[in-house]
Write a protein that binds this ligand. Structure first.
Ligand SMILES: [Zn+2]
Length: 319
């Protein structure tokens, strides 16, 4: 039976990097945003060679050619009774995601998600889980089937999934409570805003989305009994070996030691940040927000950071 390490965060927080760092711990398999596996198989890894290839495994082979995914998918084919390569969308694992990831429109998904978001922050969480669980029972089952297949075929104990959304881990946890560990990854909101500027997005809107996301997750976590650890992106970049040691201890695994070399091509990530194709990675801390953001916005965002830290200290962690 697989154990799941699930990373919860907003986008552009370094979840792909963290996923790979955890995947360097023995008996732990890094998978990226596993929720997109059927969609990636559907894309066939045949994108325009001149375009950025985002539909191949991080080992740079298509999901048909990657030996690791090939073994896992062949194992799954025997379990589910159909060929995932021929009919990837029949294996539904994307929870409440836009229809291109599921193969067909799911009109109820949006409505259910809206209701879920309202309920999840309150003590009606169990009710929310019940509603969502009923409508997504098959999807939840398939996710666990996939995680079990990965650990069985690749001889591991833990699977890391950096799909990031909270609803997904909430449901996976609701059916196998003792098999889920949660990592709450938080990046300094000034880094989130600066990253938005880089992409041409509105930095304040990105910061507000960051704040809304974490407040909602922290409120919801009051009602779920799941082992949880907080990781700051900046700490991960400053001392990845120390953070990896802390995470291994949290998972009950032996200290992986003081050596860490990362070549993304040695891992088999489904989706995530394009850095997964980089090859050798030298982890650096980029605090470039002072250049990207004006002083006034930086001060305002620092207040967001403090507000969240205060809320977490009161509700979740001893800060
Ligand atoms: Zn691969």
């Amino acid at each position: 039976m697989a154990k799941l390490v699930y990373i919860v965060s907003v986008g552009h927080s370094g979840s792909t990097l963290l996923d790979i760092v955890i995947g360097t711990i023995p008996r732990v398999i890094s998978t990226g945003e596993c929720t997109y596996l059927p969609w990636q198989i559907f894309r066939r890894g045949e994108s325009d060679p001149n375009a950025a290839k985002e539909d191949v495994c991080s080992c740079l082979k298509s999901f048909y050619e990657c030996p690791e995914w090939n073994s896992v998918i062949n194992y799954l084919n025997n379990r589910v009774g159909f060929d995932l390569y021929k009919n990837p969308y029949k294996f539904r694992i994307a929870l409440l995601r836009p229809h291109q990831y599921n193969g067909k429109k799911q009109p109820l998904d949006r409505m259910i998600l809206g209701l879920y978001v309202r309920l999840i922050q309150r003590k009606y969480l169990r009710f929310a889980s019940h509603i969502l669980g009923l409508s997504c029972k098959n999807i939840v089952h398939n996710n666990w089937l996939l995680f079990d297949a990965i650990t069985k075929v690749r001889g591991a104990e833990y699977v890391v999934d950096s799909s990031k959304d909270f609803s997904r881990v909430h449901l996976l946890h609701s059916v196998r409570k003792s098999d889920v560990s949660l990592i709450l990854l938080i990046r300094d909101v000034r880094g989130i805003a600066a990253s938005a500027v880089k992409r041409g997005d509105n930095p304040l809107e990105a910061a507000q989305a960051w704040k809304f996301f974490y407040i909602r997750v922290i409120k919801a976590l009051r009602w779920i009994n799941v082992p949880i650890i907080k990781v700051r992106y900046e700490n991960l970049c400053e001392n990845p070996i120390k953070q990896r040691k802390i995470i291994a201890e949290f998972l009950g695994l032996p200290d992986p030691g003081e050596q860490m070399t990362i070549n993304t091509h040695d891992h088999h990530l489904v989706a995530g940040n394009p850095m997964r194709y980089k090859g050798n990675i030298d982890i650096k801390c980029d605090k470039y927000w002072h250049k990207a953001l004006d002083k006034k916005l930086c001060l305002k965002l620092q207040f967001y950071n403090e507000e969240l830290a205060d809320m977490m200290g009161k509700l979740l962690f001893e800060e």
